[in-house]
Ligand binder design. Structure first.
Ligand code: HPA
Length: 275
């Protein structure tokens, strides 16, 4: 387990050799949402492939860059793309980037994703503030195994996995910008197949408003390390069984692109208010 700690610190040190800016805030961008980096100033773009030990995603729509930048006078670091559990079957690897970001100094994280709307009242193209989650990945928890107290406690509290102050800043930002922002519970399946209609009904019974294949492991690890987290889902489609059409990654990407303008505005305004 000391292994994970030294691995995260070593990768962070390699990154700091390329860019040694102090960063307190990090953003993880999901499928089709990479355009957010266009609004950053003073960018330093580091492909994951240039950072030895940084997990890489092979999914189309995930650029695979670590981007340092400045927004509203605030330094931040952005992950343009992430590795998913379904790509590697290794939940520790999936969450290693968050450990690395913490080693870089990040204490706050905004996590984003593309998700299917499981709440029948929500529409494709809308954004959703994540207020809570359900870990339905059945990939166990990234915190299973010997605990390293340098990261955090054995039994971390998850009663406010999504920070209320940061979430309120996003809520108010949406209101002021006139952007419709749904709110709800994100349920993570491990994928890569989309859910069956029966699984979506199960998720609804469990209290889910959105279904996806990411985010939860990263949020668990961030909370383990005492980081404050806020989350936004881009609802790229109605979940399986809630519309006539079949699901496709192309549709997910296209709807993500269409919602991107609002998404970028909301994120930028939320970040301004976090200060
Ligand atoms: N299910 C799971 N993941 C997703 C979906 C979905 O409907 N849409 C985008 N990512």
């Amino acid at each position: 387990m000391g292994h994970l700690y030294s691995m995260a610190s070593e990768v962070a040190a390699r990154i700091q050799k390329i860019c040694d800016r102090k960063v307190d805030l990090c953003v993880i961008l999901g499928s089709g949402l990479g355009a957010f980096v266009d609004c950053l100033e003073d960018k330093v773009v580091i492909p994951y492939s240039d950072i030895e030990g940084f997990p890489r995603s092979g999914v189309h729509g995930h650029a695979g860059n670590l981007v340092f930048g400045r927004l509203h006078g605030q330094d931040l670091v952005v992950m343009q793309g992430r590795i998913h559990y379904y790509e590697c079957g290794d939940i520790k690897l999936v969450t290693l980037p968050v450990r690395i970001l913490h080693c870089l100094g990040c204490t706050r994280m905004i996590v984003t994703n593309a998700a299917g709307a499981a709440n029948a009242a929500f529409d494709a193209g809308e954004l959703m503030l994540i207020t809570d989650h359900i870990n339905f990945m059945q990939a166990s928890s990234p915190l299973v195994g010997e605990n390293d107290d340098r990261f955090g406690p054995r039994f971390p509290d998850m009663s406010e996995a999504y920070n209320k102050v940061m979430s309120e800043a996003l809520r108010q930002s949406a209101k002021d910008l006139g952007i419709k922002l749904q709110e709800g519970v994100y349920c993570a399946f491990h994928g890569p197949e989309y859910e069956t209609p029966a699984e979506v009904r199960l998720a609804q019974v469990l209290g889910a408003d959105a279904v996806g294949m990411s985010t939860v492991p990263e949020v668990l690890v961030a909370n383990h390390m005492g980081m404050k987290v806020a989350g936004i889902s881009c609802l790229t489609n109605k979940a399986a069984g809630l519309s006539e059409s079949k699901l496709s990654h192309d549709e997910v990407m296209e709807t993500g692109r269409q919602a991107a303008a609002d998404f970028v505005k909301l994120l930028a305004e939320g970040i301004r208010r976090f200060q």
